[in-house]
Design a protein around this ligand. Structure first.
Ligand code: 2NL
Length: 366
């Protein structure tokens, strides 16, 4: 058996020579482990004569403490130099170019709504919104839909369970209930009574039970409404002509107003814009073909009456268009259903930069 001073000097030398945590632990186990050399010394205690045991025990314990202190000190040194080595090796190069982040894009529906609202905003229209879930009165009754109108039958409309008061509820089939709510608004009523006017533009989601190549159960509309004491059909034509030319960015775009029918307007018209098909490709502008873009008309007196507006004093025009349809025409998107598939490749192709906010001075679209 080695003597105490040999064990001491060899152990302290091993601790001092340990280059890393693993070597240091090996030195600790060799001295203080269950089969370690210092532990071995302790085990000989019983073989000594009683008068030597106390001194020997104290000496071995002092050695244990000395080794433990040396282990701690060496451990701190190893940690410090490991940290220095890391700091030296893992230097941050702040001059490296930033890793590019992939930017999201705006959906063409939102972009098209923004464009349309920017154009009507220039003309003094204010934006309004309302609930997707409507009561039968705001969606149909107020808008002069007769009880036998096809939209009021099961096949076209998503009917919901009736409200607590028994009123039938629907997913709105158009955004018109928002205009009805706007006309009924106290501030608007007061403004009209004071000789002012109402000009409102209403974009939003609408719902019908259609689903095929050219119809999705949820789609988007923008409707507009103007009410005052003097607005007539000439204003309607001028307003919608200016709108179509600004939206499609064709200055001399020809328009055609065709007589039509809507329950909430009288007279009613559908608006076509001029176009041509060259080699299967659509060109918007003067040409020999027409494309239907929107519906419009003078607000029906029954609608005004339902909304507490006296048709003997006030009149106005209204219009509506499908967003998907005009977005497809403007941006050459061939398939309606792709709007709602959330395909990232499609969104990257047809999406718009979040920084490209449409406005008439900066150019509506780029
Ligand atoms: C279309 C045609 C239209 C209206 C919507 C309307 C709303 C009120 C009063 C009168 Cl509150 N009219 N809206 C009028 C004419 C046509 O939409 O083809 N939409 C996609």
């Amino acid at each position: 058996m080695d003597d105490l001073s040999t064990i001491r000097s060899e152990t302290l030398a091993a601790v001092a020579a340990a280059a890393d945590a693993r070597a240091l632990d090996a030195a600790r186990v060799a001295a203080l482990g269950r089969n370690g050399r210092v532990t071995g010394l302790m085990k000989t205690l019983g073989t000594l004569p009683p008068e030597e045991r106390k001194t020997f025990g104290q000496t071995v314990n002092a050695l244990k403490d000395e080794i433990a202190t040396a282990l701690d000190a060496r451990k701190a040194e190893i940690d410090r130099s490991a940290l220095s080595a890391r700091l030296e090796a893992e230097r941050l190069d702040v001059s490296l170019p930033a890793r590019p982040e992939r930017m999201g894009t705006l959906h063409p529906i939102g972009q098209t709504i923004d464009e349309i609202c920017a154009i009507f905003g220039e003309m003094g229209f204010v934006w309004a919104e309302g609930p997707d879930i409507e009561d039968d009165w705001h969606n149909f009754e107020a808008l002069n839909f007769p009880p036998d109108h096809p939209a009021r039958q099961m096949q076209d409309t998503f009917f919901l369970p009736p409200r607590a008061d028994g009123v039938p509820m629907v997913l709105r089939t158009h955004t018109s209930p928002v205009q009805a709510r706007t006309m009924l608004d106290n501030d608007v009523q007061k403004r009209l009574a004071d000789g002012g006017s109402l000009r409102v533009i209403v974009p939003g989601r609408t719902f019908r039970t259609d689903s095929d190549q050219t119809h999705t159960p949820m789609f988007h509309q923008v409707e507009g409404l103007v009410i005052d004491r003097t607005t007539h059909m000439g204003h309607l034509k001028g307003c919608l002509t200016d709108f179509c030319r600004a939206f499609f960015e064709v200055e001399d775009l020809p328009l055609r107003f065709r007589p039509s029918y809507f329950p909430f307007t009288e007279p009613s018209a559908e608006v076509d814009i001029g176009c041509s098909w060259k080699g299967g490709e659509l060109r918007i502008g003067a040409g020999d073909s027409w494309l239907e873009i929107l519906g419009c008309g003078m607000v029906h007196p029954n609608v005004l009456r339902h909304c507490n507006i006296d048709p003997e004093i006030y009149q106005g025009f209204a219009f509506g268009m499908g967003i998907e349809r005009v977005a497809m025409l403007k941006y050459g998107i061939p398939d309606l259903r792709t709007f709602f598939e959330s395909d990232l490749r499609w969104l990257r192709h047809y999406g718009f930069s979040a920084l490209d906010v449409p406005n008439l001075t900066g150019g509506l679209s780029r």
